[in-house]
Write a protein that binds this ligand. Structure first.
Ligand code: GDP
Ligand code: MG
Length: 172
């Protein structure tokens, strides 16, 4: 079975852990220690092919510790997370996106998925679909609106990433 490691990155509180835990354990954690960094594993079948994913849920103050660079160097696929309820969290996604391309030596074929979280919090939404749509079109990256709480489109994110990684990293 093929194995890929995936890194989940984004500003604090956007729902990285909730998304990861929903994908890996199919539960919703209302509160999760924001400082916990954890690596999870799940086998996912995409297009009838099982693939083992190692998912690193990053935490906290990476931007100040230089840890992001370590994660990005070792990561093969990236989930860049912002909250649909927090416009400012989009900027961190753009920063991370640029950092990834820079660290990967300008390789723009690196598998990346952009994720907007907390889709269920309709009345708190700050980022209109049109705003993010024009951004991801410019970036040329796939985008999913998700809710870890209601389990909406979480699996789509990881399936998309697996399809990208299978193409980007052919077996030897
Ligand atoms: P992280 O710091 O990026 O790992 O964020 P967390 O996963 O710890 O989530 C931060 C807060 O947002 C927590 O209170 C979660 O319960 C909440 N949250 C995360 N995802 C969702 C979601 O899909 N819907 C709702 N309503 N709340 C969410
Ligand atoms: Mg977390």
């Amino acid at each position: 079975m093929r194995e890929f490691n995936v890194v989940v990155l984004g500003a604090g509180g956007v729902g990285k852990s909730a998304l990861t835990v929903r994908f890996v354990q199919d539960i919703f954690l209302e509160t999760y220690d924001p400082t916990i960094e954890e690596e999870y594993r799940r086998v996912i079948e995409v297009d009838s092919v099982p693939t083992s994913l190692e998912v690193l849920d990053t935490a906290g103050a990476e931007q100040f510790t230089g840890l992001n660079e370590v994660y990005i160097k070792s990561g093969r696929g990236f989930v860049l997370v912002f909250s649909l309820t927090q416009e400012a969290s989009l900027r961190e996604v753009d920063n991370l996106r640029q950092q990834i391309y820079q660290i990967k030596g300008g390789d723009t074929s690196i598998p990346i998925v952009i994720v907007g979280t907390k889709l269920d919090l309709v009345s708190e939404r700050e980022v209109p679909r049109s705003t993010i749509q024009s951004l991801v079109t410019k970036w040329g990256l796939p985008f999913y609106e998700t809710s870890a709480k209601r389990n909406m489109h979480v699996l789509d994110v990881f399936e998309d990433l697996v399809r990208q990684m299978v193409i980007r990293y052919p077996p030897d």
